[in-house]
Design a protein around this ligand. Sequence first.
Ligand SMILES: Cc1cc2nc3c(=O)[nH]c(=O)nc-3n(C[C@H](O)[C@H](O)[C@H](O)COP(=O)(O)O)c2cc1C
Length: 198
Amino acid sequence: MIKFDNLSDETPYRIFREKYEDSLKANQKIIEAICISSFSSKNKEVNARFVNLKIIKDKEFIFFSNYESPKSQDFISHDQITALIYWNSTNVQIRMKAKIQKTSRDFNIEYFAKRDKKKNALAVSSNQSNKIDSYENVHANYEKSLHEDNLEKCPEYWGGYSFVPYYFEFWEGHESRLNKREVYEIKNNEWDYFILQP
Ligand SMILES: Cc1cc2nc3c(=O)[nH]c(=O)nc-3n(C[C@H](O)[C@H](O)[C@H](O)COP(=O)(O)O)c2cc1C
């Protein structure tokens, strides 16, 4: 479930929430998954991965990750991302474009302290995306962390990322293939609205 915290009442945020509620009602199982595409200006490579969208606070979309992972290196080299959601229960795709930044250390500390300790053990014990000799060692590192680490203390290398979209595209699939595509894009500090051909 995504937590809506004092959500902005601007039109694209209202539509986002409506589509979220409709998808939940239609039994959408995986509703937090959001694909974040990044670009490394260092490696000249585009990359993408799913994360879980946990909070939308006013206009900020927030997920959590390892600050030393490849995605984090990408965000340092180039802070532009595209985020993509697909909810199959309603056949809706939402595309967003934004600049990305870290959430504050205080926010991370507070959030981490309230999280499930098993999740925290994984966050603490994993050098995310680094190579490791065996899956047994993944288990061993996790168990060690679960029993030995202070799992209320947020490590420096873990925390949130936040982005405020300047572009939303709501795609609605229709049986007729006359799919509906509505875009909201910030132009001169206001939301410009237009529709795209399918
Ligand atoms: C549905 C789903 C949700 C995921 N949620 C997260 C998440 O919230 N944070 C995270 O760091 N990785 C999450 N992952 C794992 C990432 O896709 C990815 O494997 C990992 O973050 C390493 O990415 P990177 O090497 O590009 O940094 C999720 C994977 C899936 C399939």
